[in-house]
Design a protein around this ligand. Structure first.
Ligand code: AMP
Length: 290
């Protein structure tokens, strides 16, 4: 496994790979790897000749007061995990090389980025502008055939798909299911912040989504959302949002009809902000756990 530290070195590597006509899979990450990341790496390994994992805590997607400075980092451990998952190349540039002085460009997706995590009462639309700008830069630097993202960040997945289609990116975007702890908590680098007590309480997030799904099939969407929110509240967790939306447009879901419904939640547990979601299929009673 080789570690590439600059955009220029990444471009030379890509030219070399192009000469060998290999297919390239990219897994963008902010590091502190867990089994969720690993599932993306394994898929990339199975489907491509060469696997690149980017490792970059992108400063522009954090707003003032968020956890940029304390975001968990352990590059040595990440490199060992990546190597054992069959990654060929790590692309780990420095912020100053990604955003050199004079950098002035923003890639922004409208509408989709103004709700849920993008609303002013949450991380704000600037969060997604940071994400789409850095993903554009990563896709340009690595020029992968396929890029892998997780359904855990459902809104991010919708925004990136929209951007890739709108800007005619030729990279295929693949979204893979959320990997969970045994008790259902979605894996996240931020789970490392949780005290044992908060970690225990955080299981209410996934449980509240399951509760929503089960009430939905019997009593409809409004009652289902209310039941889910109540479940969270009973664990002492007040959600930043707990909403039902259509996954492709992020328009509010009405709960009639047969289109799948995304129920997404963000909540702080003892100061740690966690997100999760479930896709409910109105046409069947069986659960799909994306
Ligand atoms: P991050 O390092 O948190 O920016 O995540 C990098 C990629 O891994 C993103 O595409 C995430 O959606 C994905 N990811 C994070 N957590 C999980 C999880 N529990 N299951 C599946 N994918 C995940």
């Amino acid at each position: 496994m080789e570690v590439i530290r600059t955009p220029a070195a990444m471009h030379s590597l890509r030219d070399e790979l192009r000469g060998q006509t290999v297919t390239v899979g990219l897994v963008p990450t902010m590091g502190y790897l867990h089994e969720g990341h690993n599932s993306l790496l394994k898929a990339a390994r199975a489907e491509n000749d060469a696997v690149v994992m980017s490792l970059f805590v992108n400063p522009t997607q954090f707003k003032a007061g968020e956890d940029l400075s304390t975001y968990p980092r352990d590059e040595e451990r990440d490199l060992a995990i990546a190597e054992s998952s069959g990654v060929d190349f790590i692309y780990a540039p420095l912020p100053d090389d990604v955003y050199p002085s004079g950098f002035a460009t923003k890639v922004e997706v409208e509408g989709l980025t103004e709700v849920l995590c993008g609303s002013e009462t949450s991380r704000g639309p600037g969060h997604f502008a940071g994400v789409t700008t850095v993903v554009t830069k990563l896709l340009n630097a690595v020029d992968p055939d396929v890029a892998y993202f997780g359904q855990k960040d459902a809104q991010q997945a919708t925004v990136i798909r929209r951007m890739a289609e709108d800007l005619e990116f030729r990279t295929r975007i693949v979204i893979l299911p959320t990997v969970r702890e045994r008790d259902g908590l979605a894996m996240s680098s931020r789970n490392a912040y949780l005290s044992p007590e908060a970690r225990e309480r955080a299981t209410a997030i996934w449980a509240s989504l399951l509760e929503t799904e089960s009430v939905f099939s019997e009593s409809g969407l409004d009652a289902a959302l209310e039941a889910g929110r109540r479940h969270l509240q009973s664990a002492g967790i007040t959600p930043e949002y707990f909403e039902a939306r259509y996954p492709g447009t992020l328009d509010p879901a009405e709960g009639t009809g047969t289109d799948p419904i995304l129920v997404a939640v963000a909540a702080k547990v003892d100061g740690t902000r966690l997100i999760d979601n479930i896709l409910i299929e109105p046409s069947s009673t069986s659960r799909r756990n994306p």
